[in-house]
Each structure stands twice: as C-alpha cells, then as structure tokens.
Ligand binder design. Sequence first.
Ligand code: PLP
Length: 381
Amino acid sequence: MSRHPDLRVPDLAALHARRSEKWAGHDPDVLVSTIAEMDFPLAAPVKEALRAAIDRDDLGYAPEAIPGLAAAFAGFAQRRMGWRVDPEQVTLVPDVMAGLTGLGRILAGDAAAVAFASPAYPPFFGAPPRAGLHPRPVPLAPGGELDLDALRAELASGTRVLLLANPHNPTGRVLPRTELEAIAELCAEHDAWVLADEIHAPLVLTGASHVPWLEVSDAARERGVSLISASKAFNLAGLKAALLVTASDRARAAVARLPPLGDHAGLLGIVGAEAAFTDGDPWLDAVLAQLDANRSLLGERLAAELPEVAWSPPGGTYLAWLDCRALGLGDDPADAFLRRGRIALGQGPRYGAEGRGFVRVNFGTSPELVAEAVRRMAATV
Ligand SMILES: Cc1ncc(COP(=O)(O)O)c(C=O)c1O
C-alpha cells in the first residue's frame, strides 16, 4: 500500500458532516476557521491502529501503565526535537488542560494563582477558576515576547506558577532559547514553577526551531513539567491522551502528588498517539510542508486583498493572529466576518483584553480554503 500521505481536504459539505466541535453547530454555508483542529485526513498508520483496535473489540478502559506510548514518545522527541526523554518520567493524563489545572492546584501555594501570557488560549482564563486558582494574565510585549518586567512583578506578588504555551497560541510564536533561559532564571529566582504547554511543539515550521522546556537549563528541569500530546499535531483531540514529562526528582515528586488523572484518558487515545509517534513522521512532514505553503499563501492573499490587516507570520502551529483594528470592525471583528462574510474565526476578545480588534484564523486546511477564507474576510469589508 502506498504510504504517500494523502492530505486532500474534502469539500465544505463533507467537512460540515464531521461531528467535532469545530464543524458542529454552524450553518452549512459557513467556512469554519475557529477551533484548533486541522481539516486533513488522519495519518494512515493512526487510522490503521484505530481500526485494528476496533477489530480486536478492544475499547475498554485505559491501562495505568503506558510503556509502549512512553517509549514511542521518547523516540519521537529525540528524532524530531533532539529532546532526550526518560520514558520512566512520562505520565498519562487525559488532556493538557487537566494536567495544567491539576498541577497548578498542587504547586500554586498560598497565592493560588497561575500566570500566563495574554492574549492566551481561552481556557487559560476559564479553567483555573474552576480549579480554585486565580488566572493572572501578563500582557505580551509589542514584539510578541513575554514581558519579563511584568512577569517579575507578578512573581514578586506571590504567584508561583507560570503556564507557558510554546509555541504560543494564538500568536503561533516559537520562543527562542535566550528568552526561555531568561524565563527559567526569573522563575528560579522566585521559586516558581513552569508548566510548559508544548502541545503545538511538533508543529514548528521552516525558519523556527522548538527548544523543549526540559532542554533549556538545569533551572528549567528542576521546577518544570512539560505537557504534550499527539492531539494537535495529529488531530486526535477527541481521543483523550496527553503526557506529562519531567526531568528532575523534584518535578517527578510533584507529578506523583496528582490524583490518578490517567483514569480519565481514553484507550483509543493511547493507541492513536502510540501509532502517531512511532509511524507518523512521513504524514507529519507532509503536513508541515503544506502548512508552510499555506502560511505563505495566507500572507500573499492578505497583502493583495486585505492590506490593512497586520500580522506576524507564526513560527509554529496552523494558527495566525490577525490585527484587524484598521478595518473599523470594532472590538470583535469576528462578529462582522461571520454575519457578512460567512466565515467563523476565533474571536479576539475571548483570548484576553489584548485580543480586542483581532481574530484568529486556522490555516490547517487546503490552499483553496485558505484563499477562500481571505476572500470571505475581504468581502466583509
Ligand atoms: C496552547 C494549548 N494548550 C492546550 C490546548 C488543549 O489541549 P487539550 O485538549 O489536550 O486539553 C490547546 C488546544 O488548542 C492549546 O492550543
């Protein structure tokens, strides 16, 4: 059987037949560019592994021990990111947010607060309060980097946990090593933990390279936990299996204090992730090449049809954060884009106060739909 990855995206009607959160709940004429799911067909080895599980009638509970998945991830991390992962220090959780909030509760201390760069993935604002934690957004500096003075002030006020999304969502920025080192040093000075959300790390595009948090420095390893999964890079978010990775005794002891979150992970998530991390490289390489081309196309189409929109092409992810303030569409331009242009985009204000006047577009789709997205946005104005 040919292993050449098939990335043909079906037409809009077929996409609307999907039942995932991205596609459910929108009128059939709407082009949906919201939730971080890609439109490509799944990787063939992942489909085969999932089909084989069904053919074995193997849909029971997830096992507690995951040696196969831990070893598969360690191999993937080494091959693709030069990251030496000890499979013994890999722990299963159902998803990254469960890991972030669970660890946040354990590590936040008296202040019960978690800091993060804003704009941010919207659940960074919504999930901490449900876990009894105060969300403490720290505005990004104008260049997109974390404002270290603002972070220093936040840590000085007693906050002991930083949620660090790298690559960042919604900007797609991949943090350079020097910046990561400075963050690690600052957090070490304040005895603060870094929960490194590296869910988008396998999706780094030409021109950028991802430095895994646990490869940054001894300080980063000492008080750091990486949270990662196959769900963004391989489009498996519905299957529920993510990983916590540590590289120090102290961090490992912190993870050991968690309740057994892995109980809520899905067996198919383990099966799918193991196949993805073991045999998914050719598919992922093809996806990265397509995303690279789509990123360029998005830039060309915006320059031609919506030159007033400002953006910094992302170094990673399939998300682009578009500054639409010059278009005069108000704080939430996604509203007009949906009503008049029939395109659903991420609504800037949901990503924090810094998101007013912005939208997030998802270019994890066909070039035709990337071009169509810009066409619909231009038609709105
Ligand atoms: C930065 C970031 N963290 C976490 C998540 C959610 O991950 P999970 O579904 O594993 O909780 C997403 C999803 O888009 C994300 O972009």
